[in-house]
Design a protein around this ligand. Structure first.
Ligand SMILES: [Zn+2]
Ligand SMILES: [Zn+2]
Length: 177
């Protein structure tokens, strides 16, 4: 475990803590590290800007992250580096969870002195942002339903047949006159 990413809430300075850093993609994908499932297919380090502050009894972590994740386009099946980004928003309190905690409470309760692992938090944030379907570009043409060619790179025969069709119909009309 890299001590670097462990924070003890009870020891937090009055000014809080700020991070503006690149978190190693190798570390985020290391299954031996942390307790949240290791990430997969990262294509870069993850840039993370975050701030941890104490407000009354609540420790609040807010931030945002960006990174590249190797994904497959759900339209054209090509591998590409998906530009992933998202927010981090966590709240912690020291001690046991109250018996009758409000169900919508987002606060996590941790036993004093309140050790939290930033790598695990970031992993959870990135898993949450994981979308089932991602596309390589808004203008991705995808694969032809007919012949399966990648329409971003090739013009397929069935597409040409379709565009020819209206003219063929016109010719038929003229012949009919
Ligand atoms: Zn695509
Ligand atoms: Zn086709």
């Amino acid at each position: 475990m890299q001590r670097h990413w462990l924070v003890t809430l009870q020891n937090l300075a009055a000014t809080g803590r700020q991070w503006d850093t690149d978190v190693s993609g190798v570390l985020l994908q290391d299954q031996e590290t942390g307790s949240v499932r290791a990430l997969v297919d990262l294509a870069s380090d993850v840039h993370w800007q975050a701030e941890l502050e104490r407000v009354g009894d609540v420790y609040r972590l807010c931030g945002q992250w960006q990174g590249l994740i190797r994904r497959r386009c759900s339209r054209c099946n090509a591998d590409f580096d998906w530009q992933a980004e998202g927010q981090s928003a966590w709240e912690f309190q020291l001690g046991d969870e109250p018996q009758h905690a409000e169900s919508e409470s987002v606060c996590e309760y941790v036993a004093p002195p309140g050790e939290i692992n930033l790598l695990d938090l970031l992993r959870e944030d990135i898993w949450l942002a994981w979308k089932a379907d991602v596309i390589c570009s808004d203008s991705c043409q995808g694969l032809c339903q007919g012949c399966g060619v990648d329409l971003n790179r090739e013009t397929c025969q069935c597409a040409q047949d379709k565009s020819d069709h209206p003219f063929a119909a016109l010719r038929d009309l003229k012949l009919g006159d």
